[in-house]
Design a protein around this ligand. Structure first.
Ligand SMILES: Cc1cc2nc3c(=O)[nH]c(=O)nc-3n(C[C@H](O)[C@H](O)[C@H](O)COP(=O)(O)OP(=O)(O)OC[C@H]3O[C@@H](n4cnc5c(N)ncnc54)[C@H](O)[C@@H]3O)c2cc1C
Length: 315
């Protein structure tokens, strides 16, 4: 078996999710190559070559891939991937964009969002927002699979044999179907929401965007990322890249603090794998308390400032 893992990165550093995907590839077994497609990605390729279990790193360094346009990436991945038994990437925003196109180009079915590997062709994945778990068998000759990063412990970033070779590819696939116009990125010094060890999220109960500053102050004391429910995003309190849940980001931090969030199943789908869940809600009947390890029935406008004061004493 030979597995091609498509690296997730920002052209300068390798995202941790790639290490989780390599872990899934190891569970399948076989040689693991990593494809790094982007622009000026020398440092990313070097990092990928150091990861545990990686055999070879293939590099497609070209402006056509610099902004991860799905139309271009999918053609490249389908071309390079047809020599492999499995093609894997993270079920993040980029992977969700290009992988279905890869499956279509190869005329195979995609297996999405796996959380466990049973065997080389059988995978476990959540369905119905995590309310049911399906075991699916893929009969296609090439398995196109997206991996939920939180389902697999990452391989070591360094500590592989350190001998993975790096090979430059000269296939350039500019499909000519799309072009990059611009992007507006939220600037934040806080950890990345999807991989943070601590996440504090606010919901509709926060009432407005200004009140999220309370959560940001607590987050800065704890080194946490700030997330939100969809209701908070839809109400315009915070940008949608902060959304946690079925249609947002899937997180599984050591500690998840839900503030003014009711605990709808679509929200739980994005955070119920967190190791310790703390909920602050004034309604003792709120469903979030059913999944919380620690629950505080309180008005958040009293509880959060108190939490901040207590943290300042101990941190
Ligand atoms: C297809 C689909 C996909 C969806 N995807 C997502 C998703 O990805 N993520 C997501 O979050 N939702 C998602 N939703 C929406 C989801 O169903 C809920 O509507 C949403 O999660 C509710 O957000 P909330 O808990 O912030 O708001 P509410 O349900 O309104 O809850 C607000 C909570 O705040 C508490 N509160 C109010 N004031 C205070 C106070 N002063 N102190 C303490 N507590 C207070 C209330 O008691 C209440 O429990 C999706 C829905 C659909 C249909």
């Amino acid at each position: 078996m030979s597995i091609l893992v498509i690296a997730e990165h920002d052209n300068s550093s390798l995202k941790q999710a790639t290490l989780n995907v390599v872990a899934a590839a190891k569970a399948i077994g076989g040689d693991i190559d990593v494809l790094v497609a982007g622009e000026n990605v020398g440092a990313v390729a070097e990092a990928a070559a150091k990861a545990e279990g990686v055999n070879k790193v293939l590099v497609a360094d070209n402006a056509a891939y610099g902004h991860f346009l799905a139309e271009n990436l999918s053609e490249l991945v389908a071309e390079v991937g047809k020599g492999y038994s499995h093609i894997l990437t993270s079920a993040g925003t980029t992977g969700k964009d290009f992988m279905p196109r890869v499956a279509a180009l190869l005329d195979v079915a995609q297996v999405s969002d796996i959380i466990r590997v049973e065997s080389e062709d059988t995978f476990v994945r959540p369905i119905y927002a995590g309310n049911a778990i399906a075991t699916v068998k893929a009969n296609d000759s090439i398995k196109v699979v997206t991996v939920r990063p939180t389902g697999f412990d990452p391989v070591a970033a360094e500590g592989g044999s350190a001998s993975a070779s790096v090979e430059q590819l000269d296939v350039v696939k500019d499909a000519g179907l799309s072009s990059f116009v611009g992007e507006e990125k939220a600037q934040s010094d806080r950890p990345d929401l999807a991989s943070a060890g601590i996440v504090i999220s606010g919901g509709r109960g926060m009432q407005n965007g200004d009140n999220f500053k309370m959560l940001e102050q607590v987050a800065d004391l704890m080194g946490a990322a700030v997330g939100a429910s969809r209701a908070a995003v839809d109400a315009g309190f915070v940008p949608n890249d902060m959304q946690v849940g079925q249609t947002g980001k899937i997180v599984a931090p050591q500690l998840y603090v839900a503030v003014g969030i009711s605990g709808a199943i679509q929200h739980l789908a994005g955070m119920s794998d967190s190791k310790v869940i703390v909920a602050i809600n004034k309604d003792e009947e709120a469903p979030i308390f059913q999944v919380a390890d620690y629950g505080l029935v309180a008005d958040l406008f009293e509880a959060v400032p108190q939490l901040e004061e207590e943290l300042k004493k101990v941190l």
